[in-house]
Design a protein around this ligand. Structure first.
Ligand code: CTP
Length: 407
């Protein structure tokens, strides 16, 4: 997100691709500008055959990017500055070809390069011939983009430029506007909040080379940390050992054991508005740590374990008005156990999943969760961990607003 531009005005970067519906991008530009949104247009070379850059330049009162080799004026690397300025990146109309390139992460023109570099949500409004829209490849590419968090504004049915009648016509302007308004409203809804996230497993050492741990990958917690940061929050991520890199713009504190995680969480808890505890904290640790490697000939028949503190439960006991969100990984009676955790740990929300379902939850990229709070239970559809992270950030935003009203 932009740190180098005037943040009092929100910026939509509008990508226009080569399709007969390109002229509708002009109407979209005007509609966005009527709402006080700054629009910066990026066009593929093909798009310029359908609508002139000068038209967009005049409508937006901003330079229009059409080539990686443009003279960008103030910024030395135009696609990166555009990527950073975008609060939302809309591509309307989006052709099948550009959708395929986005799905593959290709970056061979200024539009796809900017799209690859941006942290902003992509809102994609496809427009194409019905057969291209229905093609298996297009379906798969769109699903890939959805799983990565893009919002697809589905085309409507009607008469197409090629004479066919069917699905593929650019969605009505108002549908695209609704999606953009919604994404703009989420783009900064966690500003000025401090969110503390725990993630990953903890490792409890037996000796210098052996430990008790679990298979948590940390992906959900990292995706949540990243999503909250994108939406304007100051984020502290306390992470057990994972193979993941530190998320952008997140203060990441690496720990190994549950006791270290507890200490790091306690340090950050004081001024946190919310805690999202995704970590799979080991409930036990070996009573004794051997500073020398235990030789197999001398291995004891059993390892005596002692309980680790329940970090989240401790926060629940001490909290005054901090929003607490916990996770529950269960294999049976998921909702019932989740509700018990909501009560016993004094939480505002429990995100629960059934870890016995193959392919979902631990380690994978997809998950299916239910949200349990004092209002009731809601089931979210199976989705990528990134999409689930977005729903959890939505819940967090709602809970923080409810808290503000109470205070
Ligand atoms: N949690 C924690 N500290 C622990 C254990 C759990 O902070 N020592 C947090 C997790 O990050 C998660 C939630 O509490 O948000 C999970 O609680 P729970 O399911 O009670 O942990 P389990 O150990 O799985 O409990 P149980 O075995 O009773 O299901």
């Amino acid at each position: 997100m932009g740190s180098t531009h005037d943040t009092s005005v929100q910026t939509v970067v509008l990508g226009i691709t080569g399709c007969i519906a390109a002229y509708k991008a002009c109407e979209l530009t005007r509609a966005l500008m009527r709402e006080g949104i700054r629009v910066k247009a990026v066009m593929t070379e093909a798009a310029t055959h359908f609508v002139g850059p000068l038209t967009l330049r005049t409508l937006t009162d901003q330079p229009v990017a059409v080539s990686l080799w443009d003279d960008p004026g103030s910024s030395p690397v135009h696609h990166i500055s555009l990527a950073e300025e975008a609060d939302v990146f809309v591509i309307a109309p989006a052709t099948a070809n550009v959708i395929a390139k986005l799905a593959q992460g290709r970056a061979d023109d200024i539009l796809t390069t900017t799209a690859l570099a941006t942290e902003a949500t992509l809102v994609i409004a496809p427009a194409m011939n019905t057969h291209m829209w229905r093609a298996e490849a297009t379906r798969a590419n769109l699903q890939t983009l959805r799983d990565r968090g893009a919002v697809i504004v589905e085309p409507e049915s009607g008469e197409l430029a090629c004479g066919d009648v069917g699905e593929g016509r650019l969605a009505p302007l108002e549908d695209i506007m609704d999606a953009v308004r919604y994404e703009l409203s989420r783009s900064l809804d966690l500003s000025d909040r401090h969110v503390l996230v725990t993630a990953g497993p903890t490792y409890e050492p037996i000796d210098p080379v052996r430990f008790i741990g679990n298979a948590s990958s940390g992906k959900t917690g990292y995706a949540i940390a990243e999503e909250c940061a994108r939406r304007g929050a100051r984020v502290t991520l306390v992470s057990g050992p994972t193979a993941l890199s530190d998320p952008f713009e997140v203060d990441t504190v690496r720990v190994t054991t549950a006791l270290e995680m507890q200490a790091a969480v306690r340090r950050a808890f004081g001024d946190a508005d919310a805690v999202i505890a995704t970590a799979a904290v080991s409930d036990f640790r070996p009573e004794v740590f051997s500073s020398d490697k235990v030789k197999k000939g001398e291995a004891p028949d059993s390892v005596r374990l002692v309980r680790n503190p329940d970090i989240l439960e401790g926060l629940g006991e001490d909290k005054i008005d901090t929003v607490l969100i916990g996770f529950a990984a269960e294999t049976q009676d998921v909702e019932q156990y989740a509700r018990l955790k909501l009560e016993s740990k004094n939480l505002d929300l429990v995100v629960a999943n059934d870890v016995s379902v193959p392919g979902l939850g631990f380690g994978g990229d997809m998950n299916k969760v239910i949200l349990v709070d004092r209002h009731g239970t809601r089931e979210l559809p199976t989705a990528s961990k990134r999409v689930i992270a977005r729903s959890i950030a939505d819940e967090l935003s709602r809970l923080l607003c409810e808290r503000d009203i109470r205070l």
